[in-house]
Design a protein around this ligand. Structure first.
Ligand SMILES: [Fe+2]
Length: 309
């Protein structure tokens, strides 16, 4: 083998090793104290001013080594958002699937990851978080799965739609909170399963159709700014009835969906509020080097070949 090829292989292997070490550090680190969504809401109460930001991510799926390694890289980037003190970030919110399969190990790792995030973290419930009846673990590590809170000039509603339904009681809760939200400049909803699929460019899907039309009409009526969801492991956005729908499911979990240029990439969102103005930036994060060679390279190659044949 040529010397230059040997050097390239050695460099790649060294880069893989270096990129792998942080997740080992995570697994052997001490377990931090857990906190709940209610603790986060309490912290936000005294925030003042109408210029702030918050972070949205979804589907970190803690507890599986590839997901945790990627989540660590995402967290590293998230923690740099406040450098230069340009924008105060009040909190981060995970749009569900905080756990890989809902096991105790998954929640222990989620708690460790969350403790590394510089901002308090709101956790919405995803279908994986309640797998194997792990609802009690979610309560212990994250608290309530359905609640609302205000932060500065904005109102946030977190709801649980993991079973693919929104019950009459939930619609009543949603509408009551939306009525309260009218005294705020902005309204945001965070729920795991998207009511429409920006990927399929359609809201009419058998999985969500029993509730999505009614839900979206409610959002339209009360002028919700943005509905954030996860579930589909990709980034996609769409608009219907003056409401923005964003699917952000690239918070660490392995991206099975389309190739990078079609939204299948690791990412998080920085949402910025200034008075009556709202916008967001997508932070695309490249996977750790070892994970790129173990998986993402082959995934993108698969979609590339699929495109040809
Ligand atoms: Fe997921």
């Amino acid at each position: 083998m040529k010397k230059s090829i040997k050097i390239i292989i050695a460099v790649i292997m060294a880069a893989c090793l270096v990129s792998f070490l942080p997740v080992v550090g995570l697994y052997i680190s001490k377990a931090p104290l857990a906190y709940t969504n209610a603790d986060v809401v309490n912290k936000l109460q005294d925030n003042k001013g109408e210029y702030f930001g918050f972070i949205i991510l979804g589907d970190n799926h803690a507890g599986f080594i590839m997901d945790d390694s990627a989540a660590l890289k995402i967290i590293k980037s998230m923690n740099r958002e406040t450098r230069f003190k340009k924008l105060p970030i009040d909190f981060a919110a995970v749009a569900g699937d905080v756990a890989f399969k809902g096991s105790r190990w998954d929640y222990i790792i989620y708690n460790k990851l969350r403790a590394l995030i510089r901002y308090p973290v709101i956790s919405a419930m995803g279908n994986h978080d309640d797998a194997k009846g792990s609802y009690r673990l979610f309560r212990k590590y994250a608290g309530k799965d359905e609640f609302a809170f205000s932060d500065r000039n904005s109102y946030f509603i977190i709801t649980n739609n993991i079973n693919g339904t929104v019950s009459e009681e939930q619609f009543a809760f949603l509408e009551a909170e939306l009525v309260k939200s009218l005294s705020y400049k902005h309204r945001f909803v965070i729920m795991h399963k998207p009511p429409m699929s920006p990927y399929q460019q359609s809201w009419y899907r058998p999985e969500v159709v029993p509730w999505s039309y009614r839900f979206m009409k409610l959002c339209e009526k009360y002028k919700v700014d943005i509905v954030f969801s996860g579930h589909e492991h990709m980034f996609r956005e769409g608009e219907l009835g003056g409401v923005k729908y964003i699917t952000s499911g690239g918070g660490g979990g392995v991206i099975l969906h389309p190739s990078g240029d079609a939204g299948g990439f690791l990412h998080y969102l920085v949402v910025r509020v200034k008075g009556d103005y709202v916008d967001y930036e997508i932070r695309k994060i490249s996977p750790p080097v070892w994970e790129y060679f173990a998986y993402y390279l082959w995934k993108d190659l698969f979609y590339f070949l699929k495109g040809i044949f």
